[in-house]
Structures are given as C-alpha cells and as structure tokens.
Design a protein. Structure first.
Length: 192
C-alpha cells in the first residue's frame, strides 16, 4: 500500500480531518479495470471530497465542500476497489438542471487508477442514468476536452450553450475568467 491520498485544500474539510483511505501502488498503463460502479452513499463523502479536491487543488476542477456533497449525494456514482479495502477510486455526478438537460460533474479518478477505462465507464453509467430519467442532453465544463470528444461530446461556444447553464455559472468562482470548455452530448442522436 502507498501513502494516503493527498488531503484537500484547507477549509474544504474541518481542520485535521483527512480521509483514512490507502491506495495500492500506481497501476497506470495496465489493462482496463472492471471494478463495480454503484450509487454513492453518505459514508462515501470524505473519500469523494479527497478525490475531487485533489484535482481542485491543482486547478483542474471546481472544489466541492461537504455540504454540497451531502446535499447532492444522490447525483454521484462511485467506483469501489474491494481489493484495496473498499476504497473509492473514482467518482462522477449527474446533476439535473432542467427537464431535458443534465450536467456531468466532478469526474475524478485516483491517479493510481487512471488510463484504465474508469472515466469512460462512469460517464457511460451517467449517460444510462440520464436516459432512464428522460434527459435528452448532457453537458459538461472541462479542461479535458479530448477525453469527452472520444465519448461523443461536441465543443460548444459559450453563446451556444443553453441559457439554464448560466444560472449555475453565475455562482462559479471562475465565472469572470473561466478556462473550461463547454461540451454537449445529444443523447437522442446517439440512440439513432
């Protein structure tokens, strides 16, 4: 087992709080993993915070706090590695914004598990959940454009994004200097 996953930036979790999760040595470059994906539980919040806020500390994703996760825990799916003591090694969420639209948020894969197909599997899981709910379009804001292009998402200019998106954006700390790319996936086109 390697060292614990780096803790999130100060202020995200109460001072002195750090998830007690250890992960195996890096598995990058190895074969795809077929680990189970399940809906997140309240008990997963600290592990999800650690994953998401590690990326946020590197300015690769928006930070999330405990209150946000507890309030939106039903949006999240997690990948669990039972061989690593039931560690949460990846997560992502599907946040419904309107009758026909949802956002893929907080897609985070532990560094030791990257490049093993888990990101794709989580997005496919979220797409299936969106279809079950009757959602017709998914969108995301990302710094990993190539990843989402491989999954069928199309880059959109800010003015091409649906108006409902801007309500969410206005509360974002990056609002006036956003460096993320907006991308959309039309689920109805995929079904044809």
């Amino acid at each position: 087992m390697s060292e614990e996953f780096p803790h999130p930036p100060p202020g995200i979790l109460p001072e002195g709080t750090r998830p007690k999760v250890a992960y195996p040595e890096s598995a990058n470059g190895a074969e795809a993993l077929d680990l189970p994906i399940r809906r997140a539980r309240v008990a997963d919040v600290e592990a999800i915070l650690a994953l998401v806020n590690d990326y946020a500390a590197r300015n690769l994703m928006l930070p999330r706090g405990p209150q946000y996760l507890y309030e939106n825990i039903r949006d999240f799916a997690v990948v669990v590695d039972e061989a690593a003591g039931g560690a949460i090694v990846a997560c992502g969420s599907l946040h419904v914004l309107w009758e026909d639209m949802a956002e893929v948020r907080s897609l985070a894969i532990h560094p030791a598990y990257q490049n093993r197909g888990l990101g794709r599997r989580i997005v496919e899981h979220l797409k299936a959940e969106a279809a079950r709910l009757g959602i017709r379009r998914l969108f995301t804001f990302t710094l990993s454009e190539e990843f989402f292009v491989r999954l069928g998402f199309v880059r959109k200019a800010r003015e091409e994004l649906p108006p409902k998106v801007w309500g969410e954006c206005s509360r974002c700390p990056k609002y006036f200097r956003c460096d993320e790319v907006g991308m959309v996936l039309d689920l109805e086109k995929e079904e044809r």
